[in-house]
Design a protein around this ligand. Structure first.
Ligand code: COA
Ligand code: AMP
Length: 642
């Protein structure tokens, strides 16, 4: 076992530029890069400066020119609607070009920002590629976010237009997107010129033509009737391809910026070397295009590498049952599946003996990759036992866009250590540092950092916020990128990712900021102060729990106030926040300097051993918190240690 990994990693380490220069030759360039890495550009340098290319061209036209136009590019499978369809690379070009034509006719060009607010339908992917074709910068917003979050993204990106759908579909309910979009535009300071709306059969949204609404399908039909193909625009390797907003430590999301050249080189490399798939094979990332996994492995990675990719509109359970993943794998001959551990926990809960698994022919499936949150060894072992294939945990973040640490199937699998996403991938020199920035011995918990520069494909900065990027990611440990994950690297180089060092929580594989939830709770007129923490949950990994101190003069019913606050978070952030647990307390535990002791509260809630913080102002408050948690049945056994 172990294959080529050690040699490849060593070759990268010896000469990173030669390594990525070699990888860049797999991509088509209109003009090759002049330098592989320019350390003087951007907050930490830029890859492939001087190169000119187009990401859509590389995802679509290149394969057609290579004679593969009649091969499948997109498989759409929607248990929500019962629809299934396929698009070849030739057909995808027609769809993408039609949207690009519509955008261009409405003044969208290179560098303009386009918000995409769509569910898991092929048009969402075509829209992303259409932006890439024009050199426009897309910013996809996940459908589970509410109007306010959408408005923040419209404003921060300065979006010129929005592409939306009339609705999304959640089990048992239609989520009308258009009214949310209208509300967001009303709230936004920066008003988009046009909204292109795809009308779905399940819900036809009234269009506001006076506000620049355009029926997307009708406009595409006009373009298709003209029979023209919009040419891909040549962009700099370093020009932005997309902005993806992700939770930061405040309510203001961070706009992760990905470029064109480095992104293509890195993702293309991963398809063969990490995921071990060959062009033409079916790759399925069961995620959502609103998340980074969707960007990298539903859209760009598989299409760059010439794979067929699955767009799945459904859930791991309940659409209609826990066998739906296996039905999709067998119907479409999926070779590699990628999803979040929470999806597997949901499947295991509903189908513990794997009865559904045995109903399908899964002989084509070679590997299952998990990411997005810590893969608990129990779920991982269950999946291994049930599927009889390698189950591979790998660790990455919205910021990096691809795996920081993985067990690379394409290079030959390393021996598995359960609980570890294996070893650093080429491009990442990982270290574990203490809070003062000193390296800790192997096996010791600390801050996981990556030596700069980051490899191609990682974020180059935050949108319009170089300084915020520097202060939040590069400043604490000079010369390194701070992952904000705490963990361990053992003697053999295996990485163990244990917890975030900031207020981010991971709920059902979704990245959420508890700070943002606190900001919303504090908006309620009855709330004096609050703390939101993530507490362990069997299915979702973590769920948010709000501790609220009410103002002294409030005598309203606590249950009513709780309901109002839950609704407020749903309205302001969105249902995806999964904020349903509220506890009223008299006081919050704090240090003498006034810092809320969220970490200790979390340990108490999770029944983990905890120590009385030396700097605590009033130790009795922790007993009060423990009592409230117990009263809510949210505590296994409080584990205070001396
Ligand atoms: N549009 C609108 N609402 C959405 C939404 C979307 N795209 N996605 C989720 N929501 C809503 C859900 O309907 C739910 O609403 P509710 O509170 O009214 O029930 C709420 O947001 C919370 O959703 P979620 O936390 O996902 O819980 P769930 O019970 O609906 O599903 C799982 C649980 C585990 C099945 C589901 O979270 C899942 O499939 N997770 C995998 C995550 C994943 O793929 N992550 C990407 C990283 S790889
Ligand atoms: P996101 O930006 O949504 O991809 O979330 C990134 C965060 O999810 C990381 O910083 C980790 O905290 C967590 N995460 C992702 N993958 C893993 C993994 N394989 N093991 C442990 N944590 C993970």
């Amino acid at each position: 076992m172990g294959g080529a990994y050690e040699g490849i990693y060593a070759s990268w380490k010896r000469d990173p530029e030669a390594f990525w220069d070699e990888a860049s030759r797999q991509i088509s360039w209109f003009e090759p890069p002049q330098v592989v890495f320019d350390p003087d550009d951007g907050p930490y340098g830029r890859w492939f400066s001087g190169g000119r290319t187009n990401t859509c061209y590389n995802c679509v036209d290149r394969h057609i020119e290579a004679g593969r136009g009649s091969e499948t590019a997109i498989i759409y499978d929607s248990p929500m609607t019962g629809q299934k369809s396929r698009f070849t690379y030739d057909e995808m070009l027609v769809e993408v070009s039609a949207i690009a034509g519509v955008l261009r006719n409405h003044g969208v060009g290179k560098g303009d920002r386009v918000i995409i607010y769509m569910p898991m339908i092929p048009e969402a992917v075509f829209s992303m590629l259409a932006c890439a074709r024009l050199g426009a910068v897309h910013s996809v917003v996940f459908g589970g976010f509410a109007a306010h979050e959408l408005a923040t993204r419209i404003d921060d990106s300065g979006a010129k237009v929005v592409i939306g759908a009339s609705c999304g579909l959640e089990p048992g309910r239609i989520v009308p997107y258009k009214p949310l979009l209208d509300q967001a535009i009303d709230m936004a300071k920066s008003k988009p010129d046009y909204c292109f709306i795809l009308q779905r059969d399940q819900f036809h949204a009234p269009l506001r033509y006076d506000h620049g609404d355009v029926d997307l399908s009708q406009a595409m039909d006009v373009e298709k009737a003209e029979g023209r193909i919009v040419a891909p625009v040549s962009v700099e390797a370093t020009d932005p391809l997309y902005i993806l907003y992700t939770s930061g430590t405040t309510g203001q999301p961070k706009g992760v910026v990905r470029d064109n050249g480095g992104h293509m080189v890195a993702l293309n490399w991963t398809m063969k070397n990490i995921y071990g798939v060959k062009p033409g094979e079916v790759f399925w990332a069961a995620s959502d295009i609103g998340w980074v996994v969707g960007h990298s492995y539903i859209v760009y990675g598989p299409l760059l590498a010439g794979n067929a990719t699955v767009i799945f509109e459904g859930k791991p359970v309940g659409t209609p049952d826990a066998g739906t993943f296996w039905r999709v794998v067998s119907d479409h001959d999926v070779k590699v599946l990628f999803t979040a551990p929470t999806a597997f926990r949901a499947i295991r809960r509903d189908d513990p003996d794997g009865d559904h698994i045995h109903r399908y022919d899964l002989s084509g499936l070679r590997a299952l990759f998990l990411a997005g949150e810590r893969a608990d060894p129990e779920t991982l072992k269950w999946a291994e036992r049930m599927l009889g294939i390698p189950v591979i945990d790998h660790w990455w973040q919205t910021e990096t866009g691809w795996a920081i640490a993985a067990n690379p199937a394409g290079l030959g699998l390393l021996p598995v250590k359960h609980g570890s996403p294996a070893k650093a991938m080429p491009g990442y020199a990982l270290e574990v540092l203490d809070d003062a920035g000193h390296p800790v011995p192997p096996g010791t918990l600390g801050n996981i950092v990556a030596k700069l520069p980051l490899p191609p494909g990682c974020l180059v900065t935050f949108w319009n916020a170089d300084e915020r990027f520097r202060t939040s990611c590069l400043e604490d440990f000079p010369g390194y990128y701070k992952t904000a994950d705490a963990g361990i690297i053992d003697e053999e180089g295996y990485v163990f990712v244990m917890a975030r060092t900031d207020d981010i929580i991971n709920c059902a594989g979704h990245r959420l900021s508890t700070g943002a939830m606190e900001e919303v709770c504090a908006m309620h007129p009855d709330v004096a102060e609050c703390a939101v923490i993530g507490i362990a949950d069997e299915l979702k990994g973590q769920i948010p729990c709000g501790f609220l101190v009410l103002k002294k003069n409030v005598h309203r019913d606590h249950a009513l106030i709780s309901r109002e606050i839950v609704q407020l978070v749903r309205d302001e952030i969105g249902p995806v926040a999964a904020f349903k647990m509220v506890m009223m307390v008299d006081r919050l535990p704090k240090t003498r300097s006034g810092k809320i002791l969220r970490g200790t509260m979390q340990k108490i809630a999770d029944g983990l051993p905890w120590k009385m913080p030396a700097t605590i102002d009033d130790p009795a408050i922790l007993d009060e918190i423990t009592a409230v948690l117990k009263a809510h049945g949210q505590i296994a056994s409080a584990g205070k240690v001396a």
